[in-house]
Design a protein around this ligand. Structure first.
Ligand SMILES: [Zn+2]
Length: 230
């Protein structure tokens, strides 16, 4: 899945959530703008902040597994991949029923073009779809360009302005992170980047009249639609 059928909408997708110093502010921002988002949560973070998983669900956002460990699961054995995803989903399932069909984004978007990974995932959750994105906030790089807190807002604004000019934005799936998991420099600026970026993004989307919605379930495969419609 790469885009939405309704070009008046945008789906903000947030990987690597939830972090206790940013998620409460993100949820408040989304509520203030009447926006909904889709969170691909990392089990290793969610287990440390279960109340935030519950709150995300309560406030009407969609929650899916982004794996337990943030590693290249596509390079692991099929068993390791599904065990890791299942461990994360088991945790999330304490807070909402497991969605069916399921939406998947693996760490580093690993294996999104790999037939082997798609087959493995289809065995894990039949009918599941790998969610790619159109415009990316490139927020995994923003903190690396900050030397002081004062740099955060202009750096975030630059990326949001670039996004607003992206022709894929209407009906687009937008990628961002809750403090991206990486070893890049500028880690101390990550919380401020995450919150500032989301605020500027929501302001800009509202100014454009684009509504932020949760990702819809994947369309059924063509053979299934034919069977039902004929
Ligand atoms: Zn990730």
């Amino acid at each position: 899945m790469r885009s939405l059928p309704d070009r008046g909408t945008v789906a903000i997708t947030v990987d690597d959530a939830p972090m206790p110093d940013t998620m409460p502010a993100m949820l408040d921002l989304l509520e203030r703008f009447g926006a909904k988002a889709t969170f691909f949560m990392s089990g290793c973070r969610a287990v440390l902040a279960p109340e935030l998983v519950a709150q995300t669900v309560r406030r009407g956002h969609a929650v899916y597994a982004h794996g337990w460990d943030h590693v290249r699961l596509d390079r692991e054995s099929p068993r390791r991949l599904t065990d890791d995803m299942e461990r994360c989903e088991t945790l999330l399932a304490r807070y909402r029923p497991t969605p069916s069909p399921y939406l998947v984004r693996l760490p580093y978007n690993g294996g999104w073009r790999s037939a082997r990974v798609h087959r493995t995932l289809a065995r894990w959750r039949p009918g599941c779809a790998v969610v790619h994105w159109g415009p990316s906030t490139e927020d995994h790089m923003i903190s690396t360009r900050c030397a002081a807190v004062a740099d955060v807002e202009p750096e975030c604004r630059r990326e949001v302005e670039r996004l607003m000019a992206d022709p894929r934005l209407p009906g687009g799936i937008v990628l961002m992170h809750d403090q991206p998991i990486n070893d890049r420099p500028g880690a101390e600026f990550k919380p401020a980047v995450t919150i500032t970026l989301l605020r500027l993004l929501l302001e800009a989307l509202a100014a454009r009249g684009l509504k932020s919605v949760v990702l819809p379930p994947p369309a059924p495969p063509v053979w299934w639609r034919r069977m039902v419609l004929t």
